[in-house]
Design a protein around this ligand. Structure first.
Ligand code: NAD
Length: 427
C-alpha cells in the first residue's frame, strides 16, 4: 500500500506578480535598448477600472465585493484577457496578468492588446445563484469598458464557460440583442468555439513537444509532473499522456499524487471531476505535498496552478530539466536564473499557455462572422500557430543568445512598440 501523507498548499508568495512582470519586462527592454519613452509607456496599464458592488446572498443579506478590469495596452487591437475569481485577487495581480496578456498576444501575433479582470471572492463558497448574481453585477459594472470591439474577457482561475454565458447574457440584455463576441470561452451552443476548453492545456503539450525537440530529448516515456488540476493542468496532463509521456505526478490545492511508474491519468481526472478534489484518491499513488510535488524526480515540470510557485527557496531542488509554464507567472526571476544555471530550459507562460488566447481569438473571429469551424479546423490552426511561435522564440533565443522568456519578450515588445510608433502619440 503506498504511503499517504497530509498535503499543505504552498505558502503565499513574497514577491508580487507585478514585481515579477516588471522585472521580466525590464530585462528585455534593457536588451532591446528600448527608448525611455516606450519603456515608461509600456510599464503601466493604459486603463484601470475598480468596481465595488453589492450582491444579495441567498439568505437575504447583502455582501460587498471588489472587482477590477485593467487594460494594459490597446495599440495592436481590442484588449483580451481572462477574468479571475479568487480570494487573493488584488489590483497589482490583475495589472501583472494584463501586462502578460499584451506580450502573449504579441508573441503568437494575434491582433489584440492585453487586459485582465478579477473579483476578490472564493467562488467555491457561493451557491450557483449567488455566483450568477455576482457575475451579472460585475459584468454590468465593467460593461462600460468591455465589448467585442473594445475588450473581450475569457475564463481564468475560478471562472468557466457558464460564467462566460452569464456575462454574454448580461451584456446582450443591455444592448437588446445577442452579442456573442463580447466574451470567449462560452459554451459552443452560444457561439463558443469547439476546442476552446482544452486549448490552453493542448497548447502546453505542443510547447512541451517543441521544447523537447530543441533539447534533443525523446518525448515518449518522458516523466512529467503537473501542478494544478484545473482547466490548464488537467488538459495538459491528458494531452501529454496522449503524446506518450509518463505523467508521474499531479496536484490540486488539496492534494498531490505521485507514482514513479506513471499515474492512470484517466482515472485521476475522472476522480477529480467527480469529487472536485484529489484528496482521498484511492488509486495507485503516493500522496505528496505541493512543495514536494515540485521537487519530484521527472524530466518535465508543468506548473499550472498559480503565481510564484518556483522561487529562490525551492528552485535548487527542482529536478526537471524542462519547465513549461502552464500557469501565468509561476517562476520568479531568481528561480529562473537558478533553474537555468542548473541546465534547465524554461518555456515562459507568454508562449507556453498561449493556446487558450489563440483559440479565444478563433472564437471571436467565428462570432464576428457568425460562421463556425469544425474541431479539425480549430486544431489545425492551433497546432500551426503554436508550432510557429515556438520556432520563432527558439530562433530568437539562439540569435540573441538569451533565454526563451527574454526572446519571447523581445519579439513581443518589438511588435507592440512598432504598432505604437506607426500610430504615433495622440494627439
Ligand atoms: P482553474 O481554476 O481551472 O484551476 C486551478 C487549479 O490550481 C485547481 O486545480 C486548484 O486546485 C489548483 N491550485 C490552486 N492553488 C494551488 C496550489 N497552491 N498548489 C497546487 N494547486 C493549486 O484555473 P486554470 O484556468 O486552470 O488556470 C491555472 C493557471 O493557468 C492560472 O495561472 C491562469 O492564469 C493560467 N491560464 C489559464 C488559461 C485558461 O484558458 N484557463 C489560459 C492561460 C493561462
Amino acid at each position: 500500500m503506498p504511503e499517504r501523507r497530509t498535503t499543505t498548499p504552498q505558502k503565499a508568495p513574497h514577491l508580487s506578480a507585478l514585481d515579477v512582470a516588471l522585472t521580466q519586462f525590464d530585462a528585455a527592454a534593457d536588451k532591446l535598448r528600448l527608448d525611455d519613452r516606450w519603456r515608461a509607456l509600456l510599464r503601466v496599464p493604459q486603463r484601470e477600472l475598480r468596481v465595488q458592488f453589492p450582491v444579495v446572498m441567498d439568505d437575504g443579506s447583502v455582501r460587498m465585493y471588489t472587482g477590477y478590469r485593467i487594460q494594459h495596452n490597446l495599440a495592436r487591437g481590442p484588449a483580451k484577457g481572462g477574468i479571475r475569481y479568487h480570494p487573493d485577487v488584488t489590483r497589482d495581480e490583475v495589472c501583472a496578468l494584463a501586462m502578460w496578456m499584451t506580450w502573449k498576444c504579441a508573441v503568437v501575433n494575434i491582433p489584440y492588446g492585453g487586459a485582465k479582470g478579477g473579483v476578490a471572492v472564493d467562488p467555491k463558497k457561493l451557491s450557483t445563484r449567488e455566483l450568477e448574481r455576482l457575475t451579472r453585477r460585475y459584468a454590468s459594472e465593467i460593461s462600460i469598458i468591455i465589448g467585442p470591439e473594445q475588450d473581450i474577457p475569457a475564463p481564468d482561475v475560478g471562472t468557466d464557460a457558464q460564467v462566460m454565458a452569464w456575462i454574454m447574457d448580461t451584456y446582450s440584455m443591455q444592448k437588446g440583442h445577442a452579442v456573442p463576441g463580447v466574451v470567449t470561452g462560452k459554451p459552443p451552443s452560444l457561439g463558443g468555439s469547439l476546442g476552446r476548453t482544452q486549448a490552453t492545456g493542448q497548447g502546453v503539450a505542443i510547447a512541451t513537444r517543441e521544447a523537447m525537440k530543441r533539447q534533443k530529448k525523446p518525448l515518449t516515456g518522458a516523466k512529467v509532473v503537473v501542478q494544478g488540476c484545473g482547466n490548464v493542468g488537467s488538459y495538459a496532463a491528458r494531452f501529454l499522456d496522449a503524446l506518450g509521456c509518463k505523467v508521474v505526478g499531479v496536484s490540486d490545492s488539496t492534494a498531490g499524487l505521485f507514482n514513479p511508474k506513471g499515474l492512470d491519468v484517466g482515472s485521476v481526472l475522472q476522480f477529480k471531476e467527480a469529487n472536485n478534489s484529489l484528496a482521498d484518491y484511492r488509486g495507485s499513488a503516493e500522496t505528496v505535498t505541493n512543495a514536494e510535488l515540485l521537487e519530484l524526480p521527472c524530466d518535465v515540470l508543468v506548473p499550472a496552478a498559480m503565481e510564484n510557485q518556483l522561487t529562490a527557496a525551492n528552485a535548487r531542488r527542482v529536478k526537471a530539466k524542462l519547465v513549461v509554464e502552464g500557469a501565468n507567472g509561476p517562476t520568479t526571476p531568481e528561480a529562473e536564473a537558478i533553474l537555468e544555471d542548473g541546465g534547465a530550459l524554461v518555456v515562459p507562460d507568454v508562449l507556453a499557455n498561449a493556446g487558450g488566447v489563440l483559440v479565444s481569438y478563433f472564437e471571436w473571429v467565428q462570432d464576428l462572422q457568425f460562421h463556425f469551424w469544425t474541431l479539425d479546423e480549430v486544431n489545425r490552426r492551433l497546432e500551426e500557430t503554436m508550432t510557429r511561435a515556438c520556432a520563432e522564440v527558439s530562433a530568437r533565443s539562439e540569435r540573441d543568445k538569451t533565454n526563451f522568456r527574454t526572446a519571447a519578450y523581445l519579439l513581443a515588445i518589438e511588435r507592440v512598440a512598432e504598432a505604437i510608433r506607426l500610430r504615433g502619440i495622440y494627439p
